[in-house]
Design a protein around this ligand. Structure first.
Ligand code: LLP
Length: 450
């Protein structure tokens, strides 16, 4: 994925902007997301603050929809809620006609809270608890993607006690290595996900024989941040062969869930193409009379979001060594660089700063870990204390992966829509960090002499 290729020169400010039509730099307003100067949001809410562009989300949703339609596919989109689960994001994407892919009871409740009908929700995940399965059945979830023989038995028992019959798809592990970062690869036989390819036929038959279950199809998801269509095509071809085999054995197979995984361009890599993905679906599964489903997360939301931070300190080093630019945002806000060595573009909000000649710098957060780093040896416009910056393409797996490590409250969130913007989550109050903590009275210190 992003940072795992040999690195050439860093893209310049102009190159970063050229690939991101939703961003622009104006002499007076500085960096704009859609029609809103980001400095205005930073002035009003302070930093760190996440910002997401509704117009950008809609535009990407429509590009994906058009790619599927133009390929002549009968395909439904179930947005992978894990990428960004803010209710406003869910509302925008559901208004575009998308359902949801959820992986926990919490995500299911969120999707329902955003007004997404149970019937338009697919429940995936390798370890759903009995309570979560009961919740899903109770909410009338459209499909549960089962991932193991054990889960099939459990779900049948639960559906039986509830007197219900649930549509299930078997998530199959196609044993395809899509490349990329090992922490987000899911389609290799050694990964924890899915039913082994060779067991799928027997388990489909088992599910069909059990009470309470209606096997309706197959699901596959090979990983994330995948640009090339080849791994998708290989995985879908294996699934297509299984569909044919199942039908030959007399089973009904109505649907195939093709998963998510389409990549974006963080640095200078190619962005995953919805048209190429649709082409791979069409070529492999298109003639089987299936209802096809895709579950994208990152491709829809990553480029639409950014994280605003401010420079709190410029720590100079010995001659020839780049300075440490210390921001007020950190790994507790945006974990991706620390966890996956992910590369994220960084732009100053001020146009005059952005046009200055770049120099080498390390950009870090203030958290007490060396891994709390956003960029090493990066060529950047010279940044000074008080300058504000935007860390780009953080709409997916950004705010959702935040923590309050080092007692740092969760950042504020804002939504831009064309020329208007509004707060969609205020900065967490510091007292919220300990409000729910209980100190048992027996550990209170005794007063001397008491
Ligand atoms: N469907 C399933 C079953 C998944 O496990 C995932 C992602 C998706 C769909 C959506 O994948 P996407 O279209 O977003 O690639 N935190 C990591 C990414 C983890 C992805 C986990 N599963 C990161 O920041 O790169």
């Amino acid at each position: 994925m992003d940072a795992y290729q040999p690195l050439g020169a860093d893209p310049t400010v102009a190159e970063l902007l050229a690939r991101r039509p939703h961003l622009s730099m104006r002499v007076a307003g500085g960096l704009l997301l859609e029609g809103v100067p980001l400095a205005a949001i930073a002035d009003a809410l302070g930093t760190p603050t996440w910002v997401i562009g509704a117009g950008t989300l809609r535009a990407r949703a429509r590009r994906l929809r058009a790619a599927l339609d133009d390929a002549g596919l009968d395909a439904a989109v179930h947005y992978a809620v894990k990428a960004n689960d803010h209710l406003a994001v869910l509302r925008i994407l559901s208004a575009e006609g998308f359902g949801a892919d959820v992986v926990s009871g919490g995500e299911l409740r969120r999707a329902r809270m955003a007004g997404i009908a149970g019937s338009r929700i697919v429940f995936s995940g390798v370890g759903k608890s009995a309570g979560e399965l009961r919740l899903a059945i109770g909410e009338g979830v459209g499909q549960i993607n089962v991932e193991s023989a054990e889960e099939i038995e459990l779900l049948s028992r639960i559906a039986g006690t509830m007197g219900r019959r649930v549509a299930v798809a078997l998530r199959v592990n196609p044993d395809i290595d899509a490349g990329g970062h090992t922490k987000i690869a899911t389609g290799r036989a050694s990964d924890k996900f899915g039913i082994a390819y060779g067991d799928a036929l027997a388990l489909y038959a088992r599910a069909a024989a059990l009470p309470g279950l209606e096997p309706v199809g197959l699901a596959v998801h090979i990983g994330s941040q995948i640009a090339a269509p080849t791994p998708f095509r290989q995985a879908f071809a294996r699934i297509a062969a299984l569909v044919v085999g199942l039908r030959e054995s007399g089973h009904a197979v109505r649907t195939v869930d093709c998963g998510g995984g389409l990549g974006v361009s963080y640095r200078d890599e190619d962005e995953g193409s919805p048209r190429a993905l649709a082409g791979a679906m069409r070529a492999t599964l298109g003639d089987l009379g299936l209802l096809l489903v895709v579950e994208p997360g990152r491709w829809l939301v990553a480029p639409a979001g950014l994280l605003l931070g401010s420079v709190v300190l410029v720590k100079r080093q010995g001659a020839g060594e780049p300075p440490f630019i210390v921001l007020d945002c950190a790994m507790n806000d945006l974990l991706r660089p620390s966890l996956y060595e992910a590369w994220h573009g960084l732009l100053p909000l001020s146009a005059s700063r952005a046009s200055a000649a770049p120099r080498g710098a390390h950009v870090v957060g203030p958290v007490c870990e060396s891994g709390d780093s956003f960029a090493r040896d990066r060529m950047l416009p010279p940044l000074q204390v008080g300058d504000r910056v935007a860390i780009l393409d953080t709409g997916a797996y950004g705010a959702v992966m935040s923590s309050t490590y080092n007692a740092r409250p969760l950042a504020a969130q804002a939504l831009v829509d064309g020329t208007r913007w509004t707060t969609i989550r205020p900065r967490q109050e510091i007292s919220a960090l300990w409000r729910d903590e209980i100190v048992p009275d027996w550990i209170m210190p005794r007063r001397v002499g008491a």
